[in-house]
Design a binder for this molecule. Structure first.
Ligand code: PLP
Length: 390
């Protein structure tokens, strides 16, 4: 293993991949089966049906053997044509990457900027759509939980803004770091394509990604002209009708998905979301008690998935992370793009409990001391909150 290996379990507290529960790991190591054989169709049909519940949708969910980036591309190439205009909200690094991808695919992107300290600018979306009298904008793309900053946008408000402007644009939403950790309603919020991935709230290893597809998006795919082959929804939907896939699916990852979804439903999704909210609040209380600043400034957009923490000027977040990894065997998320070395990110998503949070925050607090970063005690504030909110 790595040279920093110390005794005890590694703390994987980056904001995804998250910790994979042992029960999911046990499901993964079942024998790989014939993906064209009679048993596979039953598994495929069951998993496809169950997956819809996590998106809160009655329509199709496509499962790709790919990372989230693949599902980003799938959402764009299935619904849009070269030169189409897409309105994107630059909430942080991941929104930026999706925008760059759209540009490379031949779409015209227009960016609504933020200061990377809050979620999507809903008023800005409405104003821009109202001004677009000729309906040149074909899609609005928003990252639900911006993993680089720890800001969660209100997708229901984005929907209302589009409706208030009376605009026909498709709504594309990235839930790669929110699905399974934060309440999400594909149908109710009128989302056209929801993009997601396996390695965060769904508690799986990296390797699967998703598109939930509305009837309107499906209709758009009939005339959309961007080149697509591997990502094409059409052969997927045709094969999925009987529980199969047009090419070799990630068989063992589907066993794992089957089990992980069972675990989420057994706990109850509302309980899962409340657990993440509570861990987010406990974390922010520790950060404030340390005398540090949370990157997200708008309390309405605080992320239940992760907390990005700003360090005072003159202190290196990367050096702090390196110290914590070396001394305490814990991985924390790095600052991305303009936040490189300015913030570190604490992941509190997926299969995660109170004592894991206490251990995580304890590791950060000891790391702050070891790295010589001025701070006051903070762990106690988190523990006090957890005790009062059992
Ligand atoms: N979008 C968001 C919000 C993410 O957090 C990530 C990964 O962290 C991605 C997109 C990219 O997904 P992947 O790395 O699985 O391709």
């Amino acid at each position: 293993f790595a040279e920093h290996h110390t005794a005890g379990r590694h703390f994987l507290q980056i904001p995804g991949p998250s910790n994979v529960p042992d029960r999911v790991l046990r499901a993964l190591d079942n024998p790989t089966m014939d993906h064209r054989g009679p048993d596979f169709g039953k598994l495929g049909a069951r998993v496809l049906e169950k997956t819809k519940k996590i998106f809160n949708t009655e329509s199709h969910v496509i499962i790709y053997p790919a990372s989230g980036t693949g599902a980003w591309e799938a959402a764009l190439v299935n619904t849009l044509s070269p030169g189409d205009k897409v309105l994107m909200c630059e909430t942080g690094w991941f929104a930026h990457l999706w925008e760059e991808m759209a540009g490379r695919l031949g779409l015209l992107t227009e960016l609504l900027k933020t200061d990377w300290r809050r979620g999507a600018d809903v008023e800005g979306i409405e104003a821009r759509l109202r001004a677009d009298k000729n309906h040149e904008i074909k899609a609005v793309a928003v990252v639900h939980n911006e993993t680089s900053t720890g800001a969660t946008s209100r997708i229901n408000e984005v929907r209302r803004a589009i409706d208030a402007a009376g605009h026909p644009a498709l709504l594309l939403v990235d839930t790669i770091s929110s699905l399974g950790s934060v309440d999400y309603r594909h149908d109710e919020w009128g989302v056209d394509v929801t993009v997601s991935g396996s390695q965060k709230g769904l508690m799986l290893p990296p390797g699967l990604s998703f598109n939930a597809v509305s009837a309107k998006a499906l209709k758009a795919s009939e005339t959309a002209k961007l080149t697509r082959s591997f990502w094409d929804w059409k052969p997927m939907i045709a094969s999925n009708a009987t529980g199969y896939f047009p090419y070799t699916p990630a068989t063992n990852m589907l066993y794992a998905l089957d089990t992980a979804l069972d675990m989420l439903f057994e706990e109850g999704l509302d309980n899962v979301f409340a657990r993440h909210d509570r861990h987010g609040e406990a974390t922010r209380r520790a950060v404030r008690a340390w005398g540090l600043e949370v990157q997200c400034e708008d309390p309405r957009h605080y992320s239940p998935v992760l907390t990005a923490v700003r360090l005072p000027e003159g202190h290196s977040a990367n050096a702090l992370r390196a110290t914590i990894l070396k001394k305490f065997n814990m991985s924390l998320g790095n600052g991305l793009g303009q936040l490189n070395d300015r913030v570190f990110r604490i992941g509190h998503l997926g299969d995660f409990g109170d004592l894991q949070l206490v251990g995580t925050l304890g590791g950060v607090e000891m790391g702050l001391a070891a790295a010589g970063i001025p701070h006051k005690p903070g762990l106690a504030a988190a523990m006090q909150y957890l005790n009062g909110n059992g």
